[in-house]
Write a protein that binds this ligand. Structure first.
Ligand code: SF4
Length: 112
């Protein structure tokens, strides 16, 4: 197996949805700015587009068409996703900072 083949095999293990990707036989198309419309058509009929888009948003992929979305479209989606997140509670902020003691958490569960 070639080095590139080994890399793809590793990626398939890590991201099993890749095995069903409709773009598997045309990987370059999704990174060619002259072929955006064609790439999006391939994505439309892809059975793993949700997993693909989720990966791209999570990994902050900056180039290429993923899940049928261009980088600009993904940035807008990520912004909408970010704006839709509820503000963290005071307890969540304490836990993230690492200064919430067990007593504080226990007290917040039982206000009596
Ligand atoms: S959604 Fe598009 S980019 Fe993602 S795996 Fe399917 S065909 Fe490829």
């Amino acid at each position: 197996m070639t080095r590139l083949g080994e890399l793809f095999a590793d990626l398939d293990l890590k991201y099993p949805w890749r095995r069903e990707a409709a773009c598997r036989s045309t990987p370059g198309m999704h990174f060619d700015e002259a072929l955006v419309a064609q790439a999006k058509l391939v994505c439309l009929r892809c059975p793993v587009k949700i997993a693909c888009l989720g990966y791209a948003l999570e990994a902050n992929e900056l180039e290429g068409i993923w899940g049928g979305y261009t980088p600009d479209e993904r940035r807008r989606l990520a912004k909408i996703q970010q704006d839709a997140k509820p503000a963290p509670t005071a307890l969540a902020r304490q836990i993230r900072r690492g200064d919430a003691s067990g007593g504080t958490v226990a007290a917040s569960r039982n206000p009596r």
